[in-house]
Write a protein that binds this ligand. Structure first.
Ligand SMILES: NC(=O)CC[C@H](N)C(=O)O
Length: 366
């Protein structure tokens, strides 16, 4: 067993609560906003999803690491994005014939500081009651006052713009050049599997950095626009709201996922808010109000669009609702070929119930 895994570690929450456990990943000190994901599989996809930038992930499933990693195939971006990881049982050994390494090595090489041996049920119940907060994990500092000092340096997720730091810094193309449709992607922290869902549907892509102007994007002459998922607070991204406003004004089809949905909502004059606790998991029930059918969805968000705003909007119409807590899950823009969802139709990880939304977008491109 790696020696790291036998060293002690500590988790300090912003409200002063302390959990003791064992180190994993890299020996060090790191923190972020503490969030829980209830998915039972897909840890590698989660850790490499750019939407998790700045967040420490509690995996509520009881065993993590047991199937190792497939570095290239199962990563949602080119690096590990999470700010830390908390779990109950961390598997020192993995078993899967296609794995190319262990999760311990994967996290250690990525510089991720983690902690295992935590009663994740108690921890999640605590956060569910108190609401989302910052935390610090350390396997090198054990003095409470020193830990508190480090924790206080972590910024609040509310008011934080992160897309421009995690997105591509150079525009690039993906797919077959002679494909039927050309989709311009506004990269706010896009997941790889979203892009493959487009290229699998006869779309040639050009992926643009978050702060690219509409003029530059439209100069490529796309058939339609996609506004991606991504980390941070949607309320502090006026640049993206401006770009998507112009996308909408062009009358070409527009599709948004998660952060992209929150931006499209703001274009329609709706507001977003920070949730008491976000939605992160693979089994969240959502109802499509147009078809009357429900779908089981993959989710990862800490902000949401205000339901009261969309109920009185003359620009946006509610298309999907969350069956657990009646939060806004989807909208379409009246009189435009534009729609968006809060959940993740690409899944990765998660069920594929909502993949029809990619087909719906391709139908609009036609
Ligand atoms: N997956 C996402 O795009 C997340 C959107 C946004 N950062 C939120 O937490 O709500």
């Amino acid at each position: 067993m790696k020696s790291t895994l036998s060293k002690p570690a500590v988790l300090l929450l912003q409200d002063g609560t302390i959990f003791q456990g064992k180190a994993l990943g890299k020996i060090g000190t790191h923190g972020g906003e503490i969030c829980f994901n209830t998915g039972m599989t897909g840890y590698q996809e989660i850790y490499t999803d750019p939407s998790y930038s700045g967040q420490v992930i509690i995996n509520t499933t009881s065993h993590i690491g047991n199937y190792g990693v497939m570095t290239a195939e199962e990563s949602e971006s080119s690096k590990v994005q999470i700010a830390g990881m908390v779990c109950n049982e961390f598997a020192p050994l993995h078993s899967r014939h296609t794995a190319d390494g262990s999760l311990q090595d994967f996290l250690e090489n990525a510089g991720v500081v983690g902690i295992s041996g935590i009663d994740t049920r108690a921890l999640v119940r605590h956060i569910r009651t108190k609401g989302v907060m910052n935390c610090l994990i350390s396997s090198e500092i054990f003095e409470i006052e020193d830990l508190k000092k480090e924790l206080n340096k972590i910024p609040s997720m509310e008011g934080l713009e992160l897309s421009s730091t995690v997105c591509t810094q150079e525009a690039y193309n993906l797919g077959e050049e002679n494909a039927e449709f050309k989709v311009a992607v506004l990269d706010l922290g896009v997941k790889k599997s979203i892009l493959t869902n487009f290229t699998d549907r006869n779309c040639y892509l050009k992926v643009f950095p978050a702060k690219t102007s509409f003029e530059e994007i439209n100069a490529w002459n796309p058939t339609g626009f996609f506004v991606s998922n991504g980390p941070g607070d949607p309320a502090v991204m006026p640049y993206a709201v401006e770009t998507v406003t112009q996308m909408l004004n062009s009358d070409k089809p527009v599709f948004g996922i998660c952060l992209g949905h929150q931006i499209l909502a703001q274009v329609c004059g709706l507001h977003t808010y920070k949730m008491h606790n976000g939605h992160r998991g693979l089994n969240h029930p959502v109802k499509n109000l147009i078809t009357g059918l429900s779908e089981i969805t993959s989710q990862n968000h800490g902000f949401a669009v205000k339901l009261e705003d969309i109920q009185v909007s003359d620009r946006a119409e509610l298309t999907h609702i969350n069956l657990n807590d009646n939060t806004v899950e989807g909208l379409r823009v009246k009189g435009k070929k534009a729609f968006s969802v809060q959940h993740h139709p690409e899944a990765a990880p998660g069920p594929h119930d909502s993949r029809y939304l990619f087909d719906q977008f391709v139908d609009l491109l036609k």
